[in-house]
Write a protein that binds this ligand. Structure first.
Ligand code: GTP
Ligand code: MG
Length: 409
């Protein structure tokens, strides 16, 4: 966060990740483990955690979407301590919203996920499971509300869950529970023969989950936490790399433009034969040296010159010998007024600008790939760049940049 080489906007955008890294390190130091309940709305995630905790910590309701934010409770029952249970908002069958995104984030940051379902897997659940599996999250698939099913129904659903998660989830990690069995009416008859009907809820049946959790934590607790931290670090390193690259690209765009203008203006003032414009591209070595510093892969002036020569050669081959004439006439057409020297000069300057622009783009691609043209080689890279450039808009930009500079001079 204090590294001055990292652009401020990147630093700012990393602040949240940095906070997470700190939290993760602290957690590792304390040997804490995070176990998150995750799943569709109303499958009984909150009820399940309450049953594990042995208290009504999280609010539950028959209405969908009861839990609105994730919350954490310490699992005192686990003897070694340090295990935290995290409740998350449920996934909605209707398009995912912000809460759902957060739930995903919590789940993919947890050391172990209790993926709670209350029957066969729905599309939403299959999608969410895939994401977790891809993020290499250890998962226990918890089939809750088994009190609602007869034994044969239960067996059949369990078989279906096992089948549909084959290859993703170890069969030993699929457990059946009943976190908050439905109330049942009980009729009591007193000594006088009077009947009274009362509603009674039987005890939760959590034994299978408790035992599996225990086994996993005992056997792999430390590995789970370390695995999670290393996955997070890897993830973050990729993210940081991408953001820095993006910031560099932004600076690179500015840098290339500055060189393009300088080059365009000098050619506009001292027009040179079109055929010499590519040779003049060799002057672009200065820009490449500058770019290479920006990418932290400094090139010497000679190396930069060789790189420019490679690019210019490919450009000439790809654009054909008459490229300059075509470009020049395009540049001229964009202008108004007659063929005064200034107009021709500006048009030639625009062509020079364009050439420098292509060299800059190519050099930048080479640098962003760690000083490599990649498997495709320079020819394909440069062809892609030429194909991707909107020639007329670059020429128009060139003319207005050059004209602006000439006017202010
Ligand atoms: N029959 C039965 N009902 C249960 C069981 N567990 C939970 N429920 C009921 O299912 C409903 C939803 O439970 P919650 O714990 O609020 O579900 P949730 O997954 O946290 O829901 P959201 O927070 O809305 O995503 C409540 O009415 C619970 O009483 C169970 O084992 N059996
Ligand atoms: Mg809930």
């Amino acid at each position: 966060m204090d590294d001055p080489r990292i652009p401020p906007e990147v630093r700012e955008s990393l602040a949240e990740d940095y906070r997470q890294v700190e939290a993760m390190l602290e957690k590792l130091e304390q040997g804490a483990l995070h176990v998150a309940a995750f799943g569709r709305v109303s499958v009984g995630k909150s009820a399940l955690l309450n049953a594990l905790l042995g208290e009504d910590r999280f609010s539950t309701s028959p209405l969908h979407g009861e839990t609105r934010a994730s919350a954490m409770g310490r699992w005192e029952a686990y003897p070694a301590g340090g295990v935290y249970l995290i409740d998350t908002p449920g996934l909605n069958e209707v398009a995912g919203d912000e809460r759902e995104r957060l739930a995903h984030e919590v789940a993919t940051r947890s050391d172990l996920v209790l993926f709670v379902v209350d029957g066969d897997l729905t599309e939403t659940e299959i999608r969410a499971l895939r994401i977790l599996v891809r993020a290499q999250r250890p998962i226990i698939l918890v089939f809750n509300k088994i009190d609602r099913y007869t034994r044969p129904e239960r067996e059949q659903l369990l078989a279906s869950l096992t089948l549909h998660t084959h290859g993703y989830i170890d069969a030993a990690n699929i457990v059946c529970v009943s976190a908050r069995p439905a109330e049942q009416s009980v009729i009591q008859v007193d000594a006088a023969g009077r009947e009274t009907e009362t509603l009674r809820r039987s005890e939760p049946d959590m034994a299978a989950l408790r035992q599996r959790l225990w086994e996993l934590l005992e056997a792999e607790g430390e590995t789970l936490a370390a695995l999670n931290a290393s996955l997070f670090a890897g993830d973050l390193a990729d993210k940081v790399g991408q953001r820095i690259l993006k910031a560099k690209r932004k600076l690179g765009v500015r840098l290339i433009r500055t060189y393009c203008i300088t080059k365009g203006v000098s050619v506009a003032l001292n027009p040179i034969p079109i055929a010499d414009l590519l040779a003049a591209a060799a002057v672009d070595a200065g820009m490449v040296v500058h770019l290479s510093k920006l990418y932290g892969l400094p090139l010497s002036k000679a190396e930069a010159g060789t790189l420019v020569k490679t690019i210019a050669t490919q450009m000439a081959l790809l654009m054909g010998t008459v490229w300059g004439i075509h470009l020049l006439s395009s540049a001229l057409k964009l202008g108004t007024g007659g063929l005064s020297t200034l107009v021709t000069g500006t048009a030639q300057g625009a062509v020079a600008y364009y050439a420098t622009y292509v060299v800059g783009q190519a050099a930048e691609t080479y640098l962003a790939q760690g000083k490599s043209w990649g498997e495709a080689g320079p020819k394909l890279v440069i062809r892609d760049i030429l194909d991707g450039i909107d020639r007329d808009s670059i020429l128009a930009q060139a003319k207005s940049d050059i004209a602006g500079r000439l006017k202010s001079a």
